[in-house]
Write a protein that binds this ligand. Structure first.
Ligand SMILES: Nc1nc2c(ncn2[C@@H]2O[C@H](COP(=O)(O)OP(=O)(O)OP(=O)(O)O)[C@@H](O)[C@H]2O)c(=O)[nH]1
Ligand SMILES: [Mg+2]
Length: 424
């Protein structure tokens, strides 16, 4: 079995999957349906084929099987009839629920988290990406291992959801897994330090940085390619990008800047993934300006924006400058443009190049609003000007010496241009 799920994995065989959407009566039905539809896309992206789709709305969860016993029996018959090889739930399954359902259906039973982790396992290319996915899978598996249900899963053979360390996880004892987890964390920590150094050298040279964030498949990589003339992988599938890429961008009338493309977001992003992808996400966290790329042509646009905004909030990025980039105008209906009220914003098409000039202008404009930490030196004869500076910018610290005064201040690019002569 292929541990990292790269080429040659079992998904070359089109695995037949039944997807199950579940929700409580108190939840929005439209949202449960949308989530189920997205789960189908995820299955497709993982290389599977959806042969059946089931929806159940419950008054309360069943601790033994999540869904009701009647529904479970209905699915069992479907599995037989459609010769399905896996059942995937759009909801977290406890170890016990997973095992019970699997004993009933006699095929693999996977939940949304495991499926997403599986897609990541397939896509991970770099050393870092692979480590991150392995860590996420281990963190996801540890609580399930307590129920020891992964053992029966591994006997059912490979395919979606079974790649990665799962097969051998049970044979290895839990102590060894914990050791592995801490080893991976250590390795990732050093990757992180490395990145931080790169970033701080950029900071020293005052290169403004942008990070593309947004829902998966919104066109972040396509836009990066357009903006920077790169050839980053673009694919019509969720989670095409895993590893961050940083490229230079030349803005008309603006300073040389960098743009980072990174992993996309999705509803119910597994928390273990957020934990594992910290290093990648830090790249966005450190960016001066975020480009929130939104698929204007998607019928679920509003929900997708909401999901990304919730994550922005969760990561504490609310204070950052955010440019809303509505992409795919070339295939969106015109009325969609009137349905958005996010600012600052720009409508673009990474395919046709439409709106790219406006985007670049907006990027330059926003660089002008950035606060930069700067050091200025005022010789004795000019020290009286410090008072003027204090009216324009925040002075963090003043260090007088025999020849004059060093001021540590936060300046925007515009203000900085007026005080250039004192810049250290
Ligand atoms: N029509 C149209 N399609 C676009 C546009 N931009 C991107 N696409 C398509 O949308 C799909 C996703 O594009 P990507 O650039 O891979 O999207 P992404 O946001 O990087 O996706 P992930 O890396 O999976 O999160 C591809 O099929 C692109 O060809 C656009 O402006 N117009
Ligand atoms: Mg991408």
């Amino acid at each position: 079995m292929n541990t990292n799920g790269n080429q040659g994995n079992l998904l070359n065989i089109q695995e037949k999957v039944i997807v199950v959407g579940v929700g409580l009566k108190s939840e929005s039905l439209a949202e449960i349906k949308e989530n189920l539809f997205e789960l189908e896309e995820l299955v497709f992206s993982a290389g599977g084929e959806v042969v059946g789709s089931v929806l159940q709305i419950l008054a309360q969860w069943n601790p033994a099987t999540l869904i009701g016993s009647g529904k479970a029996e209905e699915i069992r018959l479907m599995v037989e009839e459609l010769k399905a090889s896996a059942v995937i739930f759009d909801h977290h399954l406890s170890g016990v629920q997973g095992r019970n359902l699997q004993n009933l259906f006699k095929v693999k039973v996977i939940d949304r988290n495991q499926l997403i982790l599986d897609i990541f396992a397939q896509r991970a290319q770099t050393f870092e990406g692979k480590l991150q996915v392995e860590l996420a899978q281990m963190l996801d598996q540890m609580p399930r291992m307590v129920d020891a249900w992964m053992g029966s899963l591994s006997r059912l053979g490979g395919g979606i959801g079974t790649r990665g360390p799962g097969e051998t996880a049970l044979e290895i004892d839990r102590r060894r897994i914990r050791e592995r987890v801490s080893l991976i964390k250590k390795k990732l920590e050093s990757v992180r330090k490395n990145r931080a150094q790169h970033r701080s050298s950029r900071r020293r040279h005052e290169v403004p940085s942008f990070a593309m964030i947004g829902y998966t498949n919104s066109g972040k990589s396509s836009l990066l390619n357009r903006l920077t003339g790169s050839q980053v992988l673009v694919k019509n599938q969720v989670f095409a990008t895993l590893d961050p890429t940083t490229r230079k961008v030349f803005l008309p009338n603006g300073p040389m800047s960098v743009v980072t493309d990174t992993v996309g977001f999705i509803r119910k992003l597994p928390p273990q993934l957020i934990e594992a992808f910290k290093a990648t996400l830090e790249e966005s966290a450190e960016a001066d300006i975020l480009l929130h790329v939104i698929d204007l042509s998607s019928p679920s646009m509003h929900r997708q924006v909401e999901v990304v905004e919730d994550l922005i909030h969760e990561f504490g990025w609310d204070k950052k400058i955010i440019i809303h980039v509505f992409n795919k105008v070339d295939i969106a209906t015109v009325d969609m443009q009137f349905k958005v009220n996010k600012f600052p914003r720009v409508f673009v098409s990474a395919h046709t190049g439409q709106g790219l000039d406006q985007l670049k202008t907006l990027m330059t404009e926003k660089i002008g609003e950035l606060q930069m930490d700067t050091q200025l030196f005022f010789p004795k004869a000019s020290e009286y000007k410090i008072f003027d500076l204090s009216r324009e910018a925040l002075i963090l610290k003043k260090e007088p010496n025999s020849e004059g005064t060093i001021c540590y201040a936060q300046l925007t690019a515009n203000i900085l241009s007026r005080w250039k002569e004192f810049l250290v």
